[in-house]
Design a protein around this ligand. Structure first.
Ligand code: PMP
Length: 408
């Protein structure tokens, strides 16, 4: 049989066929920046990666073997959307809630996306810290929120300003990172935590507490989380709480297994389950089983190891900043987590400064992408989590040189 030649198809304008939602998405400014800074001889304080030399590789190997033996094919089978029951049980017990209040997600990044999907209508007012986690803005953006920025200082969100904002705006949601915030490393004070909860409850505003770093406190006193405080303030009933909690095993164990969770009242969890069914059916079964195997012994030990290392690195970086940075430059002194925040004198823009710094073989992330509505041109984020003392000394010295030159 001879086939007649295939007819030529007319071109279809693909970009004209994109959804409005897709049009609202934009490339992560940081991803673009990281490409420039990933030259092998550049000391990078730009990335926010957990320290790979601390990963418990042997424990993960052993746990993988154990779960394959223990569960056989079930470790490789489809499983429930809500998550591996023993893992949900472990999380619930620790939080003083029931497994029905826990949804396992594929990285807390997925949790943020699913929460955006089930909570944000186009035009809804979403309150965010100024600055805030860029990845959350990326997750929420496709759903069309209207952001209002909340002023912050060294103790986190300014709750007096929050009250003014709530009076002036019909807000739906407040997104906050109370512990060792990404990008600033700042922590919300206890007094303000209580005030934030009272105000948001009074105005009927849901709170998303994003807490990937809370267990990584290396200095100072532990503070109760917003979720825990709210639970206490509603008599221990998770169904009455207006706080949704998001956390992750990425920073305490390993990020590559993509295991994280959301805690919330049942109606919210129920919607997350439906949204997750549409997204990926469930978080990988094997990964959840591996994490469950590790939470009892390896996780607490690992948290100590990571805390000690990050605490030393943070202290070291702060000491070098004090030693080398010129007058007029200020920086945060984090009590945990992976980041600190530098503010240069007004008028100095850190975006062009990055190119100059890379010439001197050091990199940082300019601060402005972390502001939902712009601003912060004179700020930068530095990560100390995977830097050696030599890199910190050489890198901060080079960065100080770049800043001095810009200051003239
Ligand atoms: N929230 C914050 C504040 C983060 O810093 C990160 C990771 N950089 C995430 C969420 C996402 O983490 P993961 O998806 O690995 O759990």
């Amino acid at each position: 049989m001879t086939l007649s030649p295939a007819p030529t198809l007319p071109p279809v304008d693909l970009s004209a066929r994109l959804a409005d939602r897709a049009r609202r998405m934009n490339a992560s400014a940081i991803r673009e920046i990281l490409k420039v800074t990933q030259q092998p001889d550049v000391i990078s304080f730009a990335g926010g990666l957990p320290a790979p030399e601390l990963f418990p590789i042997e424990d993960v190997r052993r746990a993988t073997d154990t779960v394959l033996t223990k569960y056989g094919p079930a470790a490789l089978q489809y499983s429930t959307t809500e998550g591996h029951p023993p893992l949900r049980e472990w999380i619930a017990t620790r939080a003083g809630i029931t497994p029905a209040n826990v949804q396992i997600v594929t990285g807390s990044q997925q949790g943020l996306d699913l929460l955006g999907k089930v909570l944000i209508n186009e035009g809804d007012v979403v309150l965010v810290e100024s600055p805030t986690y860029l990845g959350a803005l990326q997750s929420f953006q496709p759903y069309g929120p209207r952001y209002v920025q909340l002023p912050t200082d060294d103790h986190g969100i300014d709750t007096d300003a929050l009250e003014d904002v709530l009076r002036a705006n019909p807000a739906k949601l407040l997104y906050a990172i109370p512990n060792f915030q990404n990008p600033t490393g700042r922590t919300l004070s206890l007094v303000r935590r209580r005030r934030l909860l009272e105000l948001t409850a009074q105005y009927g505003v849901l709170v998303i507490e994003d807490d990937p770093y809370g267990k990584l406190r290396f200095r100072g006193e532990e503070l109760p989380g917003l979720y825990d405080l709210a639970l206490e303030m509603v008599g221990g009933d998770p169904e009455r709480s207006h706080v949704i909690y998001s956390s992750s095993f990425s920073k305490t164990l390993v990020p590559g297994l993509r295991d994280a969770w959301v805690q919330a009242a049942r109606p919210i969890i129920g919607k997350l389950v439906q949204a997750k069914q549409g997204a990926d059916l469930h978080t990988p079964t094997l990964n959840q089983m591996i994490v469950t195997e590790l939470v009892h012994d390896v996780l607490p030990r690992q948290i100590e190891v990571v805390k000690r290392a990050y605490g030393e690195r943070a202290q070291d970086m702060v000491a070098r900043l004090r030693e080398y940075f010129p007058e007029g430059v200020s920086f945060t002194t984090p009590e945990g987590g992976m980041f600190l925040w530098v503010t240069l004198p007004e008028g100095i823009d850190t975006t062009p400064l990055l190119a100059k710094a890379v010439e001197r073989k050091v990199a940082f992330v300019p601060g402005s992408p972390f502001f939902a509505l712009g601003g912060g041109e004179n700020t930068m984020r530095l990560s100390y989590s995977s830097a050696t003392p030599e890199q910190i000394d050489t890198g901060i010295r080079a960065l100080a040189g770049t800043i001095r030159e810009a200051l003239g």
